[in-house]
Design a protein around this ligand. Structure first.
Ligand SMILES: *[C@@H]1O[C@H](CO)[C@@H](O)[C@H](O)[C@H]1NC(C)=O
Ligand SMILES: *[C@@H]1O[C@H](CO)[C@@H](O)[C@H](O)[C@H]1NC(C)=O
Ligand SMILES: *[C@@H]1O[C@H](CO)[C@@H](O)[C@H](O)[C@H]1NC(C)=O
Length: 340
């Protein structure tokens, strides 16, 4: 009878031990699961916390600016400022060298260039510059679009500068022998003799640079091209300055894009960038020459674009640089943010 009692007690003890061991194992398993979940949860929640400031930084650090510089508009001085600032302001400057200085890219190069510029993160933020016509990135299916900037100059001044530049070079690379070196004909004589180098059709350059990569853009005197150039100038460029007001252009850029141009105005004033590159032995054309050129259709249309750009630039500049009558600069902020 006693033995039966002992066996019964022993069996009970065994059952209790088994049950305890089972629950202990189960608790350990659940604890492990819980830890894993907690870890995942922490990961998920820590991401958005870092994500927000990162996102703001990333927008600026993803910045791509394209300066499709028109020849003889003071672009070398401006690019010099960017090269001087790039180290301090932590961005890269890249020159786009296109075979034989062609201003229009082949279709395959347009596509490759657009994909490369928007995806090449190692060099971002970056300023690309080169003598190429405006390129519409919308057409090329890229995920992001760069910011375009440019400078425009009075068309006759630009033509005269280019004319003497080809003959005499400039003080930037004085020993480089230019295409028309040795030709002593003045611009006035050239116009009088109706030579091809001073043909007003050669002024058809700023319109096509702003118009872009289509055939019509490069037809001297095309009204469609002029309209397209104006549309692109206001719709696709962040800012277009004029050579005659270079300092203001730099100040506007400093205000609008400090990520790149912080300190640019002061640098421009204190370095000799304001007169870095000057065409050698340039003669101002006489009044007869000016009158003759100004009668041409191409001059009229190029000048219309210049005046259009100048008015727009002044408008932008006024809003940006001038202060309100009480001396405060324009600000904006958000309020009435709902729901709370
Ligand atoms: C572009 O590259 C060619 C070939 O390497 C070179 O001769 C030329 O000087 C370059 N252009 C500029 C403006 O540096
Ligand atoms: C862009 O082009 C450069 C020069 O060819 C190359 O080194 C770079 O890897 C390219 N980047 C991308 C993202 O394609
Ligand atoms: C700028 O040029 C002027 C006169 O040509 C010279 O006196 C001055 O030292 C130059 N400044 C710099 C920063 O090179």
């Amino acid at each position: 009878m006693l033995n039966v009692h002992k066996i019964w007690l022993f069996s009970c003890l065994c059952v209790v031990v088994i049950v305890v061991l089972y629950f202990q194992a189960e608790i350990a398993r659940l604890e492990d699961k819980y830890n894993k979940l907690e870890y995942k949860f922490a990961q998920i929640h820590s991401e958005p916390r870092q994500f927000f400031p990162k996102a703001i930084e990333r927008v600026e650090d993803d910045l791509v600016v394209i300066y499709n510089r028109v020849p003889k508009t003071g672009s070398t001085s401006f690019v010099g400022v960017a090269y001087d600032l790039c180290k301090k302001n932590h961005f890269k400057v890249l020159h786009i060298n296109i075979t034989a200085n062609m201003h229009v890219m082949s279709l395959s190069n347009q596509y490759k260039f657009a994909q490369n510029v928007t995806r090449w993160n190692d060099v971002k933020p970056a300023l690309y510059h080169g003598h190429m016509a405006f390129l519409n990135f919308e057409r090329l299916g890229t995920n992001s679009r760069p910011i375009f900037i440019n400078l425009i100059r009075k068309p006759l001044d630009r033509l005269v500068s280019y004319y003497y530049f080809l003959r005499n070079g400039d003080n930037f690379r004085p020993h480089l022998v230019r295409k028309k070196h040795g030709d002593k004909m003045t611009f006035d004589e050239c116009v009088e003799k109706s030579q091809p180098d001073c043909d007003p059709n050669n002024m058809w350059l700023q319109v096509p640079f702003f118009c872009g990569h289509s055939s019509q853009c490069w037809k001297p005197g095309s009204h469609w091209a002029l309209q397209q150039a104006k549309q692109n100038l206001v719709n696709h460029y962040l800012v277009v300055g004029v050579t005659e007001e270079m300092q203001d252009f730099i100040s506007v850029l400093e205000a609008a894009l400090p990520r790149f141009f912080k300190g640019a105005t002061e640098h421009y004033l204190n370095s000799n960038k304001s007169h870095l590159r000057q065409t050698s032995s340039k003669l101002e054309p006489n009044q007869d020459t000016i009158d003759r050129i100004q009668q041409s259709n191409v001059w009229k249309m190029e000048n219309e674009l210049y005046e259009f750009a100048l008015e727009h630039f002044k408008f932008v500049k006024k809003r940006l640089l001038s202060k309100e009558p009480n001396g405060v600069a324009q600000i904006y902020f958000y309020e009435k943010i709902r729901p709370k």
